[in-house]
Design a protein around this ligand. Sequence first.
Ligand code: P6P
Length: 350
Amino acid sequence: MHLETNNQLALPVGVTLDRYIMQKQSAFPFATGELSQLLRDIALAGKIINREINRAGLIDISGVYGANNVQGEAQQKLDVIANIRFIRALKNGGQACAIISEEEEDIIYTGNDNAKYVVAMDPLDGSSNIDVNVSIGTIFSIYRRVTPIGTKAKIEDFLQGGDKQVAAGYIIYGSSTMLVYTTGHGVSGFTYEPSLGEFFLSHPGIESPTVGNMYSCNEGNLLHYPTPVKEYVEEARRKNYTARYIGSMVADLHRNMIKGGIYLYPPLPKAPDGKLRMLYECYPLAFIIEQAGGKASDGKRRIMDIPASFIHQRSPLYIGSSSMVDELLEKFDTSTAEVLDTAKDVSSLA
Ligand code: P6P
Protein backbone atom coordinates (compact mmCIF):
# COMPACT_ATOMS: atom_id res chain seq x y z
CA MET A 1 0.00 0.00 0.00
CA HIS A 2 1.47 3.34 -0.96
CA LEU A 3 0.71 5.89 1.73
CA GLU A 4 0.79 8.76 -0.77
CA THR A 5 -2.16 7.15 -2.57
CA ASN A 6 -3.97 6.59 0.73
CA ASN A 7 -3.61 9.89 2.45
CA GLN A 8 -6.72 9.05 4.45
CA LEU A 9 -4.39 7.03 6.64
CA ALA A 10 -2.44 10.10 7.64
CA LEU A 11 -4.96 12.91 8.09
CA PRO A 12 -3.32 16.16 9.18
CA VAL A 13 -3.45 16.54 12.94
CA GLY A 14 -4.79 20.09 12.63
CA VAL A 15 -3.91 23.51 13.98
CA THR A 16 -3.22 23.67 17.69
CA LEU A 17 -4.31 26.64 19.77
CA ASP A 18 -0.68 27.63 20.28
CA ARG A 19 0.06 27.60 16.54
CA TYR A 20 -3.18 29.46 15.78
CA ILE A 21 -2.39 32.17 18.33
CA MET A 22 1.13 32.57 16.92
CA GLN A 23 -0.24 32.77 13.36
CA LYS A 24 -2.75 35.41 14.41
CA GLN A 25 -0.12 37.31 16.39
CA SER A 26 2.13 37.52 13.33
CA ALA A 27 -0.74 39.40 11.65
CA PHE A 28 -0.21 42.14 14.26
CA PRO A 29 3.38 43.38 13.75
CA PHE A 30 3.37 45.35 17.00
CA ALA A 31 2.06 42.44 19.01
CA THR A 32 4.71 41.54 21.54
CA GLY A 33 3.30 38.20 22.56
CA GLU A 34 1.95 38.99 26.03
CA LEU A 35 -1.70 38.55 25.07
CA SER A 36 -0.81 35.34 23.23
CA GLN A 37 0.89 34.03 26.34
CA LEU A 38 -2.06 35.08 28.53
CA LEU A 39 -4.44 33.10 26.31
CA ARG A 40 -2.15 30.09 26.59
CA ASP A 41 -2.10 30.43 30.39
CA ILE A 42 -5.91 30.43 30.44
CA ALA A 43 -5.97 27.37 28.17
CA LEU A 44 -3.54 25.59 30.52
CA ALA A 45 -5.80 26.25 33.53
CA GLY A 46 -8.71 24.96 31.45
CA LYS A 47 -6.88 21.71 30.74
CA ILE A 48 -6.18 21.20 34.44
CA ILE A 49 -9.76 21.96 35.43
CA ASN A 50 -11.04 19.70 32.66
CA ARG A 51 -9.05 16.84 34.18
CA GLU A 52 -10.47 17.53 37.64
CA ILE A 53 -14.05 17.83 36.41
CA ASN A 54 -13.77 14.53 34.56
CA ARG A 55 -12.75 12.70 37.72
CA ALA A 56 -14.80 14.68 40.24
CA GLY A 57 -16.90 11.71 41.21
CA LEU A 58 -13.81 9.61 41.89
CA ILE A 59 -11.73 11.83 44.12
CA ASP A 60 -14.42 13.44 46.25
CA ILE A 61 -14.17 16.95 44.81
CA SER A 62 -17.81 17.18 43.81
CA GLY A 63 -20.54 18.53 46.05
CA VAL A 64 -20.69 21.66 48.17
CA TYR A 65 -17.58 23.19 49.67
CA GLY A 66 -19.42 24.29 52.81
CA ALA A 67 -19.10 28.06 52.36
CA ASN A 68 -20.81 30.78 50.33
CA ASN A 69 -19.12 33.08 47.84
CA VAL A 70 -19.38 36.85 47.87
CA GLN A 71 -22.64 36.47 45.95
CA GLY A 72 -24.09 34.49 48.85
CA GLU A 73 -24.21 31.38 46.64
CA ALA A 74 -23.18 27.99 48.03
CA GLN A 75 -19.73 27.23 46.61
CA GLN A 76 -19.13 23.83 45.09
CA LYS A 77 -15.76 22.25 45.82
CA LEU A 78 -14.89 22.59 42.13
CA ASP A 79 -15.75 26.31 42.22
CA VAL A 80 -13.01 26.76 44.80
CA ILE A 81 -10.58 24.48 42.96
CA ALA A 82 -11.18 26.18 39.60
CA ASN A 83 -10.72 29.59 41.19
CA ILE A 84 -7.40 28.54 42.74
CA ARG A 85 -6.21 26.94 39.46
CA PHE A 86 -6.93 30.04 37.38
CA ILE A 87 -5.39 32.43 39.87
CA ARG A 88 -2.28 30.24 40.11
CA ALA A 89 -1.99 29.87 36.31
CA LEU A 90 -2.31 33.64 35.80
CA LYS A 91 0.10 34.45 38.63
CA ASN A 92 2.72 32.01 37.30
CA GLY A 93 2.14 33.04 33.67
CA GLY A 94 3.16 36.59 34.51
CA GLN A 95 0.93 38.35 31.94
CA ALA A 96 -1.90 39.53 34.24
CA CYS A 97 -1.31 42.12 36.94
CA ALA A 98 -4.69 41.59 38.61
CA ILE A 99 -7.79 39.43 38.51
CA ILE A 100 -11.40 39.70 39.57
CA SER A 101 -13.36 36.51 40.09
CA GLU A 102 -16.92 35.57 40.86
CA GLU A 103 -15.47 33.65 43.82
CA GLU A 104 -13.55 36.61 45.29
CA GLU A 105 -14.96 39.74 46.92
CA ASP A 106 -12.10 42.03 45.91
CA ILE A 107 -9.33 42.37 43.32
CA ILE A 108 -6.68 39.64 43.40
CA TYR A 109 -3.21 41.12 42.88
CA THR A 110 -0.87 38.70 41.12
CA GLY A 111 2.35 40.55 41.98
CA ASN A 112 3.05 40.94 38.24
CA ASP A 113 2.86 44.75 38.38
CA ASN A 114 4.79 45.02 35.10
CA ALA A 115 2.09 43.03 33.27
CA LYS A 116 -0.11 44.81 30.74
CA TYR A 117 -3.40 42.98 31.24
CA VAL A 118 -6.14 42.34 33.81
CA VAL A 119 -8.56 39.40 33.73
CA ALA A 120 -12.17 39.17 34.91
CA MET A 121 -13.42 35.61 35.22
CA ASP A 122 -16.12 33.24 36.32
CA PRO A 123 -13.93 30.21 37.01
CA LEU A 124 -16.78 27.71 36.88
CA ASP A 125 -20.27 28.80 35.83
CA GLY A 126 -23.20 26.46 36.40
CA SER A 127 -21.23 24.44 38.91
CA SER A 128 -24.37 23.16 40.65
CA ASN A 129 -24.62 20.92 37.58
CA ILE A 130 -21.33 19.14 38.33
CA ASP A 131 -22.87 16.48 40.56
CA VAL A 132 -25.33 15.50 37.84
CA ASN A 133 -22.80 15.41 35.01
CA VAL A 134 -24.23 18.34 33.06
CA SER A 135 -22.06 20.73 31.02
CA ILE A 136 -20.45 23.64 32.87
CA GLY A 137 -18.16 26.45 31.77
CA THR A 138 -15.43 28.97 32.49
CA ILE A 139 -15.87 32.58 31.26
CA PHE A 140 -13.05 35.12 30.93
CA SER A 141 -12.64 38.73 29.86
CA ILE A 142 -9.31 40.52 29.26
CA TYR A 143 -8.57 44.25 29.38
CA ARG A 144 -5.34 46.17 28.77
CA ARG A 145 -4.72 48.04 32.02
CA VAL A 146 -5.19 51.83 32.09
CA THR A 147 -3.02 52.35 35.18
CA PRO A 148 0.76 52.78 34.68
CA ILE A 149 2.85 49.65 34.07
CA GLY A 150 4.86 48.87 37.19
CA THR A 151 2.21 50.10 39.61
CA LYS A 152 -0.42 48.11 41.45
CA ALA A 153 -3.60 47.66 39.41
CA LYS A 154 -6.68 49.59 40.43
CA ILE A 155 -10.45 49.15 40.09
CA GLU A 156 -10.51 51.44 37.06
CA ASP A 157 -8.54 48.81 35.14
CA PHE A 158 -11.65 46.62 35.40
CA LEU A 159 -14.34 49.29 34.92
CA GLN A 160 -13.47 50.28 31.34
CA GLY A 161 -16.72 48.96 29.83
CA GLY A 162 -17.51 46.13 27.42
CA ASP A 163 -16.12 47.75 24.27
CA LYS A 164 -12.68 48.03 25.89
CA GLN A 165 -12.22 44.26 26.21
CA VAL A 166 -9.20 43.11 24.16
CA ALA A 167 -10.25 39.46 24.33
CA ALA A 168 -13.02 37.31 25.78
CA GLY A 169 -13.83 33.65 25.76
CA TYR A 170 -15.25 30.63 27.46
CA ILE A 171 -14.31 27.01 28.02
CA ILE A 172 -17.23 24.58 27.89
CA TYR A 173 -16.72 21.28 29.70
CA GLY A 174 -19.35 19.28 27.85
CA SER A 175 -19.57 16.13 25.69
CA SER A 176 -16.23 17.48 24.54
CA THR A 177 -14.26 20.32 26.04
CA MET A 178 -13.94 23.41 23.88
CA LEU A 179 -12.26 26.77 24.19
CA VAL A 180 -14.02 29.54 22.26
CA TYR A 181 -12.57 33.06 22.13
CA THR A 182 -12.42 36.33 20.26
CA THR A 183 -9.90 39.17 20.14
CA GLY A 184 -12.31 41.29 18.08
CA HIS A 185 -11.57 39.59 14.76
CA GLY A 186 -14.24 36.89 14.71
CA VAL A 187 -14.84 33.90 16.96
CA SER A 188 -12.77 30.70 16.87
CA GLY A 189 -13.48 27.38 18.59
CA PHE A 190 -10.93 24.77 19.66
CA THR A 191 -11.72 21.22 20.73
CA TYR A 192 -9.57 19.56 23.39
CA GLU A 193 -7.88 16.26 22.56
CA PRO A 194 -7.03 14.87 26.03
CA SER A 195 -4.78 12.11 24.68
CA LEU A 196 -2.50 14.79 23.25
CA GLY A 197 -3.22 17.51 25.84
CA GLU A 198 -3.90 20.01 23.08
CA PHE A 199 -6.75 22.22 21.89
CA PHE A 200 -7.19 21.87 18.09
CA LEU A 201 -8.97 24.37 15.83
CA SER A 202 -12.36 22.81 15.11
CA HIS A 203 -14.68 25.80 14.56
CA PRO A 204 -12.90 28.58 12.63
CA GLY A 205 -14.97 31.73 12.14
CA ILE A 206 -18.11 30.85 14.12
CA GLU A 207 -21.12 32.78 12.76
CA SER A 208 -24.42 32.71 14.61
CA PRO A 209 -27.58 32.22 12.49
CA THR A 210 -29.61 35.46 12.49
CA VAL A 211 -32.74 33.44 13.17
CA GLY A 212 -33.42 30.43 15.32
CA ASN A 213 -36.24 28.59 17.03
CA MET A 214 -34.75 27.81 20.42
CA TYR A 215 -35.21 29.86 23.57
CA SER A 216 -33.46 29.37 26.89
CA CYS A 217 -34.95 30.69 30.14
CA ASN A 218 -36.07 29.38 33.52
CA GLU A 219 -39.81 29.21 32.81
CA GLY A 220 -40.40 28.47 36.47
CA ASN A 221 -39.98 32.23 36.93
CA LEU A 222 -42.36 33.16 34.08
CA LEU A 223 -45.03 34.67 36.35
CA HIS A 224 -42.42 37.15 37.64
CA TYR A 225 -41.09 38.15 34.22
CA PRO A 226 -41.51 41.71 32.91
CA THR A 227 -44.48 41.83 30.52
CA PRO A 228 -42.42 42.10 27.30
CA VAL A 229 -40.44 38.96 28.22
CA LYS A 230 -43.59 37.08 29.22
CA GLU A 231 -45.16 38.05 25.88
CA TYR A 232 -42.03 36.91 24.03
CA VAL A 233 -42.02 33.49 25.71
CA GLU A 234 -45.75 33.00 25.14
CA GLU A 235 -45.28 33.92 21.47
CA ALA A 236 -42.35 31.47 21.23
CA ARG A 237 -44.65 28.75 22.54
CA ARG A 238 -47.32 29.67 19.97
CA LYS A 239 -44.67 29.43 17.26
CA ASN A 240 -43.72 25.97 18.57
CA TYR A 241 -40.17 27.07 19.31
CA THR A 242 -38.03 24.58 21.24
CA ALA A 243 -37.34 25.30 24.90
CA ARG A 244 -33.79 24.38 25.91
CA TYR A 245 -32.49 25.50 29.32
CA ILE A 246 -29.49 23.68 30.76
CA GLY A 247 -28.86 25.76 33.86
CA SER A 248 -25.36 26.50 32.56
CA MET A 249 -25.35 29.71 30.58
CA VAL A 250 -22.14 28.84 28.73
CA ALA A 251 -23.74 25.65 27.38
CA ASP A 252 -26.96 27.45 26.41
CA LEU A 253 -25.04 30.31 24.83
CA HIS A 254 -22.78 27.93 22.89
CA ARG A 255 -25.69 25.90 21.48
CA ASN A 256 -27.70 29.02 20.62
CA MET A 257 -24.67 30.65 18.96
CA ILE A 258 -24.05 27.59 16.79
CA LYS A 259 -27.64 26.65 15.96
CA GLY A 260 -29.54 29.90 16.45
CA GLY A 261 -31.48 30.81 19.58
CA ILE A 262 -31.90 33.26 22.44
CA TYR A 263 -31.05 33.12 26.15
CA LEU A 264 -33.11 35.23 28.50
CA TYR A 265 -32.41 36.10 32.13
CA PRO A 266 -34.72 38.99 33.10
CA PRO A 267 -34.82 40.86 36.39
CA LEU A 268 -36.78 39.01 39.09
CA PRO A 269 -38.13 40.00 42.52
CA LYS A 270 -35.22 38.02 44.04
CA ALA A 271 -32.78 39.65 41.57
CA PRO A 272 -34.16 43.10 40.63
CA ASP A 273 -30.97 43.98 38.71
CA GLY A 274 -30.81 40.55 37.10
CA LYS A 275 -28.77 37.57 38.30
CA LEU A 276 -25.85 37.59 35.87
CA ARG A 277 -22.69 39.58 36.51
CA MET A 278 -21.65 42.24 34.06
CA LEU A 279 -17.85 42.07 34.19
CA TYR A 280 -17.26 38.32 33.97
CA GLU A 281 -20.47 36.98 32.42
CA CYS A 282 -22.43 39.56 30.41
CA TYR A 283 -19.61 41.60 28.84
CA PRO A 284 -17.46 38.65 27.66
CA LEU A 285 -20.41 36.69 26.24
CA ALA A 286 -21.77 39.85 24.63
CA PHE A 287 -18.37 40.47 22.98
CA ILE A 288 -18.34 36.92 21.65
CA ILE A 289 -21.93 36.85 20.39
CA GLU A 290 -21.52 40.21 18.62
CA GLN A 291 -18.34 38.96 16.94
CA ALA A 292 -20.40 35.97 15.74
CA GLY A 293 -23.11 38.29 14.37
CA GLY A 294 -25.53 38.08 17.30
CA LYS A 295 -26.77 40.62 19.86
CA ALA A 296 -26.82 41.13 23.63
CA SER A 297 -29.06 43.59 25.47
CA ASP A 298 -30.45 44.32 28.92
CA GLY A 299 -33.83 45.12 27.35
CA LYS A 300 -33.04 48.79 26.87
CA ARG A 301 -29.32 49.05 26.04
CA ARG A 302 -26.65 47.11 24.19
CA ILE A 303 -24.78 45.23 26.94
CA MET A 304 -21.40 46.46 25.66
CA ASP A 305 -22.57 50.09 26.02
CA ILE A 306 -23.66 49.77 29.66
CA PRO A 307 -21.12 51.46 31.95
CA ALA A 308 -19.30 49.30 34.49
CA SER A 309 -19.76 50.65 38.03
CA PHE A 310 -18.50 48.00 40.43
CA ILE A 311 -16.93 44.55 40.43
CA HIS A 312 -19.97 42.35 41.00
CA GLN A 313 -22.49 44.53 39.15
CA ARG A 314 -25.42 42.57 37.78
CA SER A 315 -27.56 42.97 34.68
CA PRO A 316 -30.57 41.48 32.96
CA LEU A 317 -29.36 39.61 29.86
CA TYR A 318 -31.02 38.80 26.54
CA ILE A 319 -28.43 37.31 24.19
CA GLY A 320 -28.34 35.29 20.97
CA SER A 321 -29.46 35.45 17.34
CA SER A 322 -29.84 39.03 16.21
CA SER A 323 -33.40 38.83 14.84
CA MET A 324 -34.63 37.02 17.96
CA VAL A 325 -33.14 39.67 20.24
CA ASP A 326 -34.65 42.36 17.98
CA GLU A 327 -38.10 40.73 18.27
CA LEU A 328 -37.83 40.83 22.05
CA LEU A 329 -36.64 44.45 22.07
CA GLU A 330 -39.64 45.44 19.93
CA LYS A 331 -41.85 44.19 22.75
CA PHE A 332 -39.93 46.33 25.23
CA ASP A 333 -40.34 49.34 22.91
CA THR A 334 -44.07 48.70 22.52
CA SER A 335 -44.43 48.27 26.25
CA THR A 336 -42.58 51.55 26.90
CA ALA A 337 -44.70 53.35 24.30
CA GLU A 338 -47.88 52.07 25.98
CA VAL A 339 -46.62 53.25 29.38
CA LEU A 340 -45.83 56.70 27.94
CA ASP A 341 -49.27 56.87 26.24
CA THR A 342 -50.93 55.91 29.52
CA ALA A 343 -48.93 58.56 31.34
CA LYS A 344 -50.05 61.18 28.78
CA ASP A 345 -53.68 60.07 29.16
CA VAL A 346 -53.42 60.32 32.94
CA SER A 347 -51.74 63.74 32.81
CA SER A 348 -54.39 64.97 30.38
CA LEU A 349 -57.02 64.08 33.00
CA ALA A 350 -55.27 66.19 35.65
P1 P6P B 1 -31.48 29.81 37.61
C1 P6P B 1 -25.60 29.47 36.86
O1 P6P B 1 -25.73 29.74 38.26
C2 P6P B 1 -26.09 30.70 36.13
O2 P6P B 1 -25.26 31.79 36.45
C3 P6P B 1 -26.13 30.46 34.63
O3 P6P B 1 -25.08 29.68 34.17
C4 P6P B 1 -27.47 29.79 34.44
O4 P6P B 1 -28.01 30.00 33.13
C5 P6P B 1 -28.33 30.50 35.49
O5 P6P B 1 -27.43 30.97 36.50
C6 P6P B 1 -29.33 29.57 36.15
O6 P6P B 1 -30.07 30.34 37.07
O7 P6P B 1 -31.99 30.94 38.50
O8 P6P B 1 -32.37 29.57 36.41
O9 P6P B 1 -31.17 28.55 38.36
